[in-house]
Design a protein around this ligand. Structure first.
Ligand code: PAF
Length: 301
């Protein structure tokens, strides 16, 4: 019989660090006992989340397990990345169910600090700036979001000290900005990006999907359908991809489009008419009160 070991749920920074020091030396001794010494330092892999875990997160966790020796999942609804009037208060918080799901995945450690632990002064006095790309697209709709996101990611990396951290491709701008922060600020952590996981029907999995009513969920599928249609005509150029996606999205009155754009993956700026090669189409829309984002890779001729 497979006996589940519940993850240790840790709330304090000091305890997290000391548990990881112990886990590292335990891992080394176990390897020596198995005659596997000389494999290098045990690798810590972090999966940062805001909880309300779904199948997409569990895919990140499985990838994390394949990448290292000690997996930590952080669960923290970071107030710094929510703006005034956003869904901080109603963001789903399901710690018990999350821990149960992580037990099934064999995760040893969950770091679940309170706001007081992360921001003892009420708000971090020092923040990471996401720079100019941080105020485009998601950053234009959610001012300060990316500064808050990068600040908590930097804190989590300093607390856990991961060799690798795993993120989902759904948050493409987040991934771009984290990669840039790691390079610009000389972090040692590298990131692994996992493809988007979708429901049947194509909707990208998100903790926010649970706020969608059935008719809204059906309408929201126009986003992924639009991206798929765009990718299928990528050989005809950026303008054709935009038209193909608009045809799906504009046909859905419940979907209020915020932006639909093709960006250069190296700069995250909209592509010009002469751009060719790799590009990414990004979409964001409100469906009811729920903000949804999605994206797809394109190869432009
Ligand atoms: O993608 C998320 O869930 C959050 O932005 C992150 C990376 C956990 C930071 O709060």
């Amino acid at each position: 019989m497979n006996v589940l070991t519940k993850p240790e749920v840790i709330g304090s920074i000091e305890e997290m660090r000391s548990r990881l020091t112990d886990a590292r030396s335990r891992n080394v001794s176990e390897r020596v006992e198995r005659g596997e010494a000389g494999l290098g330092r045990p690798r810590i892999v972090l999966v940062p989340t805001m909880g309300a875990l779904h199948a997409g997160h569990l895919t990140l966790v499985r990838r994390a397990r394949s990448l290292g020796d000690i997996v930590v999942v952080s669960i923290f609804v970071n107030p710094l990345q929510f703006g005034v009037g956003e869904d901080l208060g109603s963001y789903p918080r399901t710690l018990e169910a999350d821990v149960a799901a992580l037990a099934v995945e064999g995760v040893p450690f969950v770091f679940a600090p309170t706001n007081q632990v992360m921001y003892p002064d009420g708000a971090a006095s020092t923040r990471v700036s996401a720079g100019s790309v941080g105020s485009l697209l998601e950053g234009a709709a959610r001012p300060g979001h990316f500064d808050g996101m990068l600040t908590v990611v930097a804190k989590l990396f300093n607390i856990v000290g991961p060799d690798v951290a795993v993120f989902g491709q759904k948050d493409a701008q987040q991934v771009f900005l984290i990669e840039r922060m790691l390079a610009d600020l000389d972090f040692r952590t590298r990131i692994e990006v996992v493809p988007i996981v979708r429901e049947d029907g194509g909707l990208a999995l998100s903790s926010r999907n649970r706020a969608l009513e059935p008719a809204q969920r059906a309408a929201a599928r126009a986003l992924s359908a639009g991206l798929e249609a765009a990718a299928s005509v990528a050989g005809q150029g950026a303008e054709a991809t935009l038209q193909a996606a608009h045809a799906w999205i504009d046909a859905q009155p419940l979907v209020k489009l915020d932006y639909l754009v093709v960006v250069d993956p190296l700069t995250f700026l909209p592509v010009g008419a002469l751009h060719h090669g790799p590009a990414r189409m990004l979409v964001a829309a409100l469906v009811g009160h729920t903000r949804l984002i999605d994206n797809v890779a394109l190869n432009l001729p």
